[in-house]
Design a protein. Structure first.
Length: 338
C-alpha cells in the first residue's frame, strides 16, 4: 500500500492530534481524539488511543488496507513523557507495532519549540494542563525539567490556574480573602450560584475536580479588571520566567539573541499584560531574548521534526506549515462548534 512520509502525533493531557504528511509537505490527514498521555493512561492505553486515531487517519487519507507500515518516520511528542526511560519504553512499544521504520519519541515541549522556529534551537514553554520547558542550544545541548507537578516544584498549568481561581472564589465568599469577581464567575461556569455549592459538588463527585482546568481562560479574562485574578496571572508569568531563565542559564545563552516560544492551550495566543510581564521579567536575565507565542500549533512542530529527519527543504516546510495550519484551524473551528 502507499505510505505517508511522516506520522506525527501531539499527544496531550486533554487531547491528541495525529497527522499523516507526504514527503512534499502536503497533508494527507489530520484527526483529533482524547488524551493519550502515557502518564495518565499507561503505555497500552496510550497506544490504544493512537491506534484508533491512526485507523481514522488512514481511512481519511485513503491509504488502503491499514496493515503494515504507515509512514517512513513516526514522530510522537507526548505529554507525560518526561524521562529518557519513559521515552524508550514508548518508542520500543511503537517500534513493535511496525508503524514506521524510524520512530522518535519525546516530550511535547519539543513540538512547541520546532513549531515556533526554523532555527532548531531556543527555549519553549508549554502551558496546557500542566507546565513544562525545554531549551536547546545551537550545539544540540538540552536543558529539561521533570515537570511532575508539585513534587518537582511546578506551578502554572491550566489546572493550577483553575484551582487557584476556585480557592480565591471560596475565600472571597467566606471572608478569608479579598473580594473578587471570581466569586461569581467561577461557580457560574459550572452552572451553580456560589463557591460553597461548587465545593460541595466537587467534594461529592458531581463535578470532577479535574474540570477546574476549564477555568484558565476565565482567569485570564478576569485579570483585566480584577486584582485577585491579576495576581494569579502574575504568578503564572513569574513561573514562566523562572523556567526560561534557568534553561537559558544552563545552556549559557543569557547573552545570546534567543527565541523564547510560548505554547500550549494557556499560552498559545497570549498577548497583553501577561506577554509583557513575561518579556520584561526575562529581559532582566537575558536582555537579547525575543518572547512570543508560537505561530503554529504543536502538531505542526511534530510533523516538521519528522520532515527534518528526511532532510526536507524550506519549500516543503513552508507547504507543511501552510496546509497543516489550515487543517488545524478547521479542526479547532469544528471543535468549537461541537
Amino acid at each position: 500500500m502507499s505510505r505517508a512520509a511522516v506520522l506525527a502525533v501531539d499527544g496531550g493531557n486533554s487531547k491528541t492530534d495525529l497527522a499523516l504528511v507526504s514527503a512534499d509537505g502536503s497533508v494527507l490527514a489530520l484527526v483529533r481524539g482524547p488524551l493519550s498521555s502515557p502518564h495518565h493512561l499507561g503505555v497500552d492505553g496510550c497506544l490504544t488511543v493512537m491506534e484508533g486515531l491512526l485507523a481514522e487517519a488512514v481511512h481519511e487519507a485513503r491509504l488502503g488496507d491499514h496493515s503494515g507500515r504507515f509512514a517512513q518516520v513516526a514522530t510522537l511528542l507526548m505529554a507525560g513523557v518526561d524521562f529518557p526511560a519513559e521515552e524508550d519504553v514508548l518508542r520500543i512499544a511503537v517500534e513493535q507495532r511496525g508503524w514506521a521504520p524510524s520512530v522518535h519519541v519525546g516530550n511535547d515541549t519539543f513540538a512547541v519549540l520546532r513549531a515556533g522556529t526554523e532555527r532548531g534551537w531556543g527555549v519553549a514553554i508549554t502551558c496546557g494542563a500542566g507546565i513544562n520547558c525545554v531549551g536547546v542550544a545551537p550545539d544540540g545541548r538540552n536543558a529539561r525539567f521533570p515537570a511532575l507537578g508539585a513534587i518537582t516544584g511546578d506551578w502554572g498549568g491550566g489546572y493550577d490556574l483553575g484551582l487557584a481561581a476556585v480557592s480565591a472564589a471560596a475565600r472571597s465568599e467566606d471572608g478569608r480573602g479579598p473580594r473578587t469577581s471570581l466569586e461569581r464567575a467561577v461557580p457560574a461556569h459550572f452552572g451553580v450560584t456560589t463557591p460553597s455549592q461548587l465545593a460541595e459538588r466537587i467534594h461529592t463527585g458531581q463535578i470532577a475536580q479535574r474540570r477546574v482546568i476549564e477555568l484558565a481562560p476565565l482567569v485570564l479574562a478576569e485579570a483585566a479588571d480584577d486584582a485577585v485574578a491579576a495576581e494569579i496571572v502574575r504568578h503564572l508569568a513569574s513561573e514562566v520566567v523562572a523556567l526560561a531563565r534557568v534553561a537559558l542559564t544552563r545552556l549559557e545563552l543569557t547573552q545570546e539573541p534567543v527565541e523564547v516560544l510560548l505554547g500550549g492551550g494557556v499560552l498559545q495566543d497570549v498577548d497583553g499584560d501577561l506577554l509583557a510581564a513575561i518579556d520584561s521579567g526575562l529581559r532582566e536575565a537575558a536582555p537579547n531574548v525575543t518572547v512570543r507565542p508560537t505561530a503554529s500549533a504543536a502538531i505542526v512542530g511534530a510533523a516538521l521534526l519528522g520532515l527534518d529527519e528526511l532532510e526536507a527543504g524550506p519549500e516543503v516546510h513552508a507547504r507543511l506549515r501552510r496546509e497543516l495550519g489550515a487543517a488545524f484551524s478547521q479542526l479547532e473551528g469544528a471543535a468549537a462548534v461541537g
